[in-house]
Design a protein around this ligand. Structure first.
Ligand code: ADP
Length: 491
């Protein structure tokens, strides 16, 4: 059934004129600061913040030591007792709405900062990260005065907040992850100490500015910066009631071990190796777009990426041919250019990891397909890549690459697809492409994944819970479920 698609490649005959977004009006200081108790404070132990597309130093960032973490937790505790816990939900909601509006008002600046600091295409920052971050604040504002109805039967007072939440986020969606964490915590009456990721502090710093301008009572949200040691100090602080972590499975395990035996509540959103499953009855052109979005969105720096493609054997040649052609049309380069589909890899360290795993894929006999596109001379870039002929036990089929690299496997029956899809320590996401609704339901109930998309991929919405199974973690963010990890339902 392999049919040669129409060749739409124009080679060098047709290229896009550059359409760069100008960063000239975006302002940030030469040194960032922590935001504690409603004030920016200078901090120390500065380290450089790099633009991964140019390797230029954008600014410097302080790393919080244990004493700074302690001050942030104390500020959050005071704010919890003094302002936030006694405040009615309808009043808390007003602050959340205000933050959402301010994110919308500053959307352009936030999108540019996110793109410059993280390496992601401006189009994605503008159309996905920033609007979704605002949407999370609006959505959880709506729940703030309805908690009793969300969890009925708990008496007059309804569900109670936990206290101070320590939140640690990764670098792939810095502003969005901050919104995912802060919005439900505040809606439920908790106060927050959030640690930004070390390579991407800029939009978290900007969010702190927004929170200050929104006149949130001092200490309700504290945003600190630093490396793993800062995160560990926050996790181990005795006056933190809840830890919410998004990051690697390796660090998630360390956190779980270190809070074992304490009363701290924990949510972990960890790695993934999502299976994107294409049946022969699927609309193949649409599925190819879904594969592209599944693996090349945000350079593949997505924990729920569709990084394992399972294709029904009868259509694999067709899918590979179409995918190769589509991959070659992707524009790789300056993240601030509105034509760019694939921006920069977030850091040199991440680029090294990707290179190592790609080499492992070659060593293990995979057939590499790569776009022949030119890469910029400076910066951390990697060509969109996929491997065919991959065996299920190989490293590229098992390990999270967290880059623009897809591993293709095949199957003959739905049962084989399920077995292969579930054959991983992870269980975060999956996609199913078929013409038959019943097949989607049957597959979805057999797949061990927290999020399953039918005939689409990488779609996010604040009303929809997100989270994992197995080594992808536990607890849900988003939707009514996302309130639960921040509430005490025992009374
Ligand atoms: P990634 O592979 O995405 O960089 P990490 O798990 O290393 O994922 O980092 C995610 C976040 O966790 C970052 O903010 C990082 O600073 C923080 N972090 C790293 N090590 C620890 C630790 N031992 N305890 C708490 N937080 C940590």
């Amino acid at each position: 059934m392999s049919q040669k698609p129409v060749d739409l490649l124009f080679g060098d005959l047709w290229s896009y004129a550059p359409a760069p977004e100008s960063p000239s009006h975006v302002k940030y200081p030469k040194q960032l600061s922590h935001f504690i108790g409603g004030q920016f404070e200078p901090g120390d132990n500065f380290f450089p913040v790099i633009n991964p597309a140019t390797e230029e130093v954008l600014t410097e960032c302080p790393a919080a030591d244990a004493a700074t973490v302690d001050r942030a937790v104390k500020a959050a505790r005071t704010a919890y007792e003094k302002y936030w816990r006694p405040m009615p939900g309808r009043e808390r909601a007003k602050y959340l709405h205000r933050i959402a509006r301010m994110i919308q008002e500053k959307a352009r600046e936030l999108a540019i900062l996110e793109s410059m600091n993280g390496g992601k295409p401006i189009r994605e920052a503008r159309d996905v990260d920033v609007p979704l971050a605002a949407a999370h604040f609006s959505y959880y504002a709506g729940w703030a005065d309805k908690l009793k109805y969300a969890f009925p039967g708990l008496g007059l007072d309804g569900p109670q907040p936990l206290g101070v939440a320590g939140q640690i986020i990764p670098w792939n969606f810095p502003l969005l992850m901050a919104a995912w964490k802060i919005a439900p915590a505040l809606a439920t009456g908790n106060t927050v100490v959030l640690k930004a990721a070390e390579t991407t502090p800029l939009t978290c710093w900007k969010l702190a500015e927004i929170i200050q301008e929104a006149d949130l009572p001092p200490g309700v949200v504290n945003i600190i910066h630093g490396f793993g040691a800062t995160g560990a100090a926050l996790v181990n602080h005795p006056d933190v009631n809840k830890i919410a972590f998004t990051g690697s499975t390796e660090v998630g395990k360390i956190i779980q071990r270190s809070i074992a035996g304490t009363k701290k509540k924990l949510t972990l959103e960890l790695g993934g190796k999502g299976a994107n499953i294409i049946f022969e009855d699927a609309a193949i052109d649409q599925a190819v777009e879904g594969i592209v979005n599944g693996i090349w969105f945000n350079q593949g720096h997505v924990c729920c990426a569709g990084s394992r493609l399972l294709v029904e054997e009868s259509v694999v040649d067709q899918v590979i041919l179409k995918l190769q052609q589509r991959m070659e049309t992707l524009v790789v380069g300056d993240p601030l250019d509105k034509n760019t589909d694939i921006g920069a890899i977030n850091s040199r360290a991440q680029l090294d990891t990707i290179n190592e795993l790609v080499q492992a894929g070659l060593d293990e006999g995979g057939i590499m397909h790569q776009s022949p596109c030119k890469l910029p001379e400076k910066g951390f870039f990697f060509r969109p890549t996929f491997f065919s002929g991959v065996t299920p036990s190989s490293r590229i089929a098992q390990e999270e690459i967290f880059g623009p690299v897809l591993a293709i496997l095949t199957f003959r029956t739905p049962a084989e697809a399920i077995e292969k899809a579930n054959n991983t320590p992870y269980g975060l996401s999956a996609g199913i492409w078929t013409d038959k609704g019943a097949k989607i339901f049957a597959m979805a109930s057999a797949l061990k994944a927290g999020v399953i998309w039918g005939n689409t991929f990488n779609k996010f919405d604040p009303t929809s819970p997100f989270g994992g199974y197995k080594e992808s973690g536990f607890g849900r963010e988003g939707g009514r479920h996302g309130l639960l990890p921040y509430l005490d339902l025992q009374g």
